[in-house]
Design a protein around this ligand. Structure first.
Ligand code: DQA
Length: 145
């Protein structure tokens, strides 16, 4: 089983970026954590990060026929991008949304998730652990189908 993990804008600046919200660990630490989570789950993963909406749309489109599912933290594009929602719906791969922070407890402009409308489940407010839970959930969901 092969999963694509997509991280959106500014997540490459983890550690530097608002550590009181997103934690002190950097993006390299997240990649390590994802590698360990994939090994624990017994799945293969590929990780992709971009600050560009179109590049994320391209990655979702290219996932069709290559990956069995998608774990996505679209970051700020969560709240704005109909293009990412449409791409997820177009490829129709099982997808799970992750947010490091508890977006529900934050500003009103973060209360809508377009990508989330095409996802089976959302993990938020759990930091890195949310990605681990997303990978395990997606693995079980794909196996069950
Ligand atoms: C985020 C939450 C978004 O609202 C924000 O724009 C991000 C990160 C999170 O992981 O908590 O960039 O997706």
């Amino acid at each position: 089983m092969k999963l694509l993990v997509i991280n959106g804008p500014n997540l490459n600046l983890l550690g530097l970026r608002e550590p009181e919200i997103y934690g002190k660990q950097d993006y390299a630490a997240l990649l390590d954590f994802l590698k360990n989570s994939a090994a624990e789950a017994g799945v293969e993963i590929e990780c992709f990060q971009s600050n560009h909406e179109g590049a994320i749309v391209d990655a979702i489109q290219a996932a069709w026929g290559v990956f069995d599912g998608i774990v996505i933290n679209p970051a700020a594009y969560t709240h704005t991008s109909v293009a990412i929602l449409d791409a997820l719906k177009a490829v129709a791969l099982p997808a799970v949304e992750v947010h490091l922070s508890d977006v529900k407890a934050r500003e009103s402009f973060r209360q809508v998730s377009y990508a989330g409308m095409a996802c089976l489940k959302t993990f938020m407010g759990l930091g890195f652990e949310g990605y681990r839970q997303a990978i395990l959930f997606l693995r079980d969901e794909i196996k069950r189908r």
